[in-house]
Design a protein around this ligand. Structure first.
Ligand code: ADP
Ligand code: MG
Length: 712
C-alpha cells in the first residue's frame, strides 16, 4: 500500500490514470467537470434516497410525491415526430405494476433495461387505468447498495450514472485509507473534527444522520478555511513587494470641500468618511465596501475620499455602471470641486474624440486629479500619472476583471467599492476574504415615506389611478417594464442587445438583470397603450437602452425639467436617476425581478420632500414570487431584503453565479453557514498571525493543499 504522502499526492492525478474511468465514461466525467481524483472526491451527492421511506407501488398515494422501488419489466421507446422521444417503462414489485415515462431522454432506455432494479421518486398519478409517474427521479439499485439504508444520488449524465459514480468514489477512498489531513492538528482537536478520510467516506455513504452532519461540518469548514487562507495569502504577497502609499487625510482640499457642502453629513456618513480616511492614511491597502441603501448619500462620502487623493497630490477615478450615473457625479460634485479648485473630468463613451485626446493627455500628465466615468475609464489607452484611489460605484454591476482592470491602472491603489445591494457579512467574507465594510443605515432625508402595494394584474387600473392622482398633484411617474413581454410574443433578433447588459459573472447580479429585446418591446407596447388609452392628454415618453446616449440625455433632461409626465422604461433607470418630483412608480410583472433589484427600483421614488408610492403589478400572487413581493412590501431595509433574497433563491442560483475562488465552495451555504464561515475566517486569520506565509514545516501539507486547490 502506498504511503500517506503518495496517497495524498495521487489525488491530483488525472482520473484517467485509474482503471475504471476510460472511454465514454471518462468523457462523462469530464462533462461533470471531473478530471482529477480530487475533483471526483468532492463531487458530492445532490441528495440521498432513504430506503426507509419506500412504499410499495400499490400503496403510493395518488397525487403525492413518494419513493417506490421496482424491477423494470418492459421498455418502450416511442418516437413522435423527428425530435421527440418518449421512454416508457413498466415496473413491477410484489404489490403490482406501474408505468414511468420520460420525455426526450432516450438514453434512459439504455440504462434502465429489463430486469434492472430501480428506485423512483416522483408524483404518482393515474393514467388510462395505470398508476404512473412522469419524469420521476431514478436511481439504479445495485445488489449490495442496500446496506446503510441511504443511497447517495449524484449529478450524473448519459455516460456515467449516479450508481457508477458512487462505486468509483468508494473504490478511490478505499484505496487511500491514510489520506493526509491538511487541517492543522491543533485546530482539528479544538473543533472536534473527524479525519478528512472519515469525513469523505461519511458524506459519500453516510451511516447515520449524525455522522453525515459531522462530516459535512468538517468538510464545509475546510472549504471556507482554505479559501480564506488563499485570499489572505494572495493579498499579503501582493502588498509585500509594493511601497505603501499614505494619503494626506487632513488637507486643505478636503476641508474646503466639506465647508462647500450645502448640508451637514449624517452621523453614519461622518463615521464612514472617518473609516475611509483612516484606511487611506494608513500604510495598508484599503479594500473597503461602503453599503448603503439607495438615497443614503454614498456619493458625498466617496467625494471626501476623492478630495483626499487631490490633497495627496495623486489621482482618483470613480467608475459608474451607466453614463447617466457618471454624468450625475459630474453634475453634483463638479461644481463643488470647481469651488474648491480640484481639477476634474468626465470620461464616457460619449466624450468626443478631441476632448478625449486632451483628457487622456491631462490624466497622463497628472493635471486632472479626479476623473468620473463609465467603463470608458478602463480602456487600455487610459493612463494615469499617479492613480492612488479607485472608487467603484454599484460595484455588483461590474465583473471581477473590470474592477481589476481599473485597479491595475495605478500602483497598489486604495479601493472603495460602493453598493446599494448589501452583502451579508458571511457572503462578503467568502468572496473577498479580508474586506472592511462600512454602513450607512439612515437616509439623510428621513421624513419621506414610500408605500409599496401589490396589485393583481387584473386590477391594473388601480395602479394607473395612482399615477393619475400624482399627475394631478403636478408630480411625475415611472412605469418599469420587465424582461419579457407577455402581451405579444417577442420577435427577438440577436442585434437588439441592451448596451447596459453586464457580465453575469457577478455574485449578486440579479437573475433578471440582463435585459433582452423583450423588455424593450414590452416598454414600447406599454407606451402606445398609455398614449392612446390611459393618458392621452399627458406627455408619455420612452426610455430604453436602444436610445443613443444623446437621446437618453434629452429624455432625462425633459423628465427632470417636468416636460415629461410619465416615463416608461426598462430597468435602465435602476441606478442613478434622481428626480425628486417623480413620486409614483408602477412595476409591471414585478414577479420577474429579483428582490434586490425591485428594492433598487423603488429607491427611485420618494427622493425629495414628497412621499413615494410603488405599485407592484403581478399575476403571480402565490409561491416564491409572491413571497418576494410581500417581503418587499413589509421591509424597507435593503440589508434585510438582501438576506431574504439569498434565502429565497434556490441554492443553485447562488452557487451558479459564484465568482472566482468561491467556486471552490461546494458544501457551504452562505446563509445557513454564517457562523461556520465566521469561525473559519477567525481561525484562518489566527493561523496567519502565527505563521504569516505558512512557512513552518508543520504547515507544508496545508500549503500543498492550497496550491492544489487554487493553483496558488
Ligand atoms: P446613494 O447612496 O443612493 O448614492 P446619493 O449619494 O445619490 O445616494 O444621495 C442621495 C441624495 O441625498 C442626493 O441628492 C444627495 O445630494 C443628498 N444628500 C446626501 N447626503 C445628504 C445629507 N447629509 N443631507 C441632505 N442631503 C443629502
Ligand atoms: Mg449612488
Amino acid at each position: 500500500m502506498a504511503g500517506r504522502i503518495d496517497q495524498s499526492l495521487s489525488l491530483d492525478q488525472p482520473v484517467s490514470d485509474t482503471r475504471y474511468a476510460q472511454g465514454t465514461r471518462l468523457q462523462g466525467l469530464q462533462k461533470l467537470g471531473i478530471t482529477t481524483l480530487r475533483e471526483l472526491l468532492v463531487h458530492y451527492p445532490l441528495r440521498y434516497n432513504d430506503f426507509s421511506e419506500i412504499v410499495s407501488l400499490a400503496r403510493a398515494p395518488l397525487g403525492e410525491v413518494s419513493s417506490v422501488m421496482g424491477t423494470v419489466d418492459e421498455v418502450k421507446v416511442k418516437r413522435i415526430r423527428k425530435r421527440m422521444v418518449i421512454v416508457e417503462l413498466s415496473l413491477v414489485d410484489d404489490s403490482g405494476v406501474m408505468l414511468a415515462s420520460w420525455f426526450n431522454q432516450p438514453w434512459i432506455a439504455k440504462t434502465l433495461t429489463q430486469g434492472t432494479r430501480v428506485l423512483l421518486r416522483g408524483k404518482m398519478t393515474h393514467s388510462y387505468g395505470y398508476r404512473k409517474m412522469s419524469a420521476p427521479l431514478y436511481t439504479i439499485i445495485a445488489e449490495d447498495a442496500l446496506q446503510g439504508g441511504v443511497l447517495p444520488v449524484y449529478p450524473a449524465n448519459a455516460q456515467v450514472t449516479s450508481n457508477w459514480i458512487a462505486r468509483i468514489i468508494q473504490t478511490a477512498l478505499e484505496a487511500r485509507p491514510a489520506l493526509l489531513d491538511p487541517l492543522p492538528v491543533a485546530l482539528r482537536v479544538e473543533q472536534g473534527f473527524m479525519s478528512r478520510h472519515a469525513a469523505l467516506l461519511a458524506v459519500h455513504q453516510p451511516e447515520s444522520t449524525l455522522a453525515f452532519c459531522e462530516a459535512r461540518r468538517r468538510l464545509a469548514f475546510e472549504e471556507v478555511y482554505l479559501l480564506q487562507l488563499h485570499l489572505m495569502l494572495t493579498r499579503k504577497l501582493r502588498e509585500q513587494d509594493s511601497v505603501p502609499f499614505r494619503h494626506v487625510t487632513n488637507g486643505m482640499g478636503l476641508k474646503a470641500f466639506e465647508r462647500a457642502l450645502p448640508f451637514t453629513l449624517t452621523a453614519d456618513q461622518v463615521a464612514a468618511v472617518a473609516s475611509i480616511l483612516d484606511d487611506m492614511g494608513s500604510d495598508r491597502m484599503m479594500n473597503r465596501l461602503l453599503m448603503g441603501d439607495v438615497g443614503s448619500g454614498k456619493t458625498v462620502v466617496a467625494a471626501s475620499a476623492l478630495a483626499a487623493a487631490y490633497d495627496s497630490g495623486t489621482q482618483a477615478a470613480m467608475m459608474a455602471p451607466t453614463e447617466v450615473l457618471a454624468e450625475q457625479y459630474a453634475l453634483k460634485l463638479g461644481p463643488l470641486f470647481d469651488a474648491v479648485g480640484i481639477p476634474w473630468a468626465l470620461l464616457t463613451s460619449s466624450t468626443t474624440t478631441s476632448e478625449r485626446r486632451r483628457m487622456l493627455q491631462a490624466l497622463d500628465a497628472g493635471t486632472i486629479s479626479v476623473v468620473f466615468g463609465t467603463h470608458a475609464l478602463i480602456e487600455p489607452d487610459v493612463h494615469f500619472c499617479a492613480l492612488s484611489l479607485v472608487v467603484v460605484d454599484e460595484q455588483q454591476r461590474f465583473g471581477v476583471e473590470q474592477r481589476a482592470a481599473l485597479h491595475a491602472k495605478g500602483k497598489n491603489c486604495d479601493i472603495l467599492a460602493m453598493t446599494a445591494t448589501p452583502i451579508p457579512r458571511s457572503l462578503a467574507l467568502t468572496i473577498y476574504g479580508d474586506l472592511e465594510t462600512s454602513f450607512i443605515r439612515t437616509r439623510p432625508i428621513a421624513t419621506v415615506h414610500t408605500t409599496t402595494e401589490i396589485i393583481p394584474k387584473s386590477e391594473m387600473h388601480l395602479a394607473y389611478e395612482g399615477i393619475r392622482e400624482a399627475l394631478d398633484r403636478g408630480e411625475q411617474a415611472y412605469i418599469v417594464c420587465p424582461l419579457i413581454s407577455n402581451k405579444a410574443p417577442a420577435e427577438s433578433s440577436a442585434d437588439e442587445q441592451d448596451d447596459e447588459t453586464l457580465p453575469a459573472s457577478n455574485l449578486l447580479t440579479e437573475f433578471s438583470d440582463e435585459q433582452d429585446s423583450g423588455s424593450i418591446k414590452a416598454a414600447e407596447e406599454e407606451l402606445l397603450f398609455l398614449r392612446r388609452r390611459v393618458f392621452p392628454e399627458r406627455k408619455v415618453a420612452l426610455m430604453t437602452s436602444h436610445l443613443k446616449p444623446a437621446e437618453k440625455r434629452a429624455v432625462m433632461d425633459d423628465f427632470r425639467a417636468g416636460r415629461i409626465d410619465v416615463l416608461v422604461s426598462t430597468t435602465v433607470i435602476e441606478v442613478g436617476i434622481d428626480v425628486p418630483n417623480a413620486t409614483v412608480m408602477v412595476i409591471q410583472d414585478a414577479d420577474r425581478f429579483g428582490l434586490s433589484q425591485l428594492h433598487q427600483l423603488r429607491g427611485r421614488v420618494g427622493r425629495g420632500e414628497k412621499d413615494g408610492a410603488v405599485y407592484l403589478v403581478t399575476a403571480a400572487l402565490e409561491g416564491e414570487a409572491g413571497e418576494r413581493l410581500r417581503a418587499l412590501k413589509r421591509s424597507s431595509d435593503g440589508f434585510e431584503l438582501a438576506e431574504q433574497d439569498l434565502r429565497l433563491r434556490h441554492e443553485g442560483d447562488v452557487l451558479g453565479s459564484r465568482q472566482h475562488g468561491a467556486a471552490a465552495l461546494r458544501l457551504v451555504n452562505v446563509v445557513r453557514d454564517a457562523q461556520l464561515i465566521a469561525d473559519a475566517h477567525t481561525q484562518a486569520r489566527a493561523l496567519l498571525d502565527t505563521d504569516p506565509l505558512l512557512a513552518l514545516p508543520v504547515h507544508a501539507h496545508l500549503r500543498y493543499e492550497l496550491a492544489a486547490v487554487f493553483g496558488s
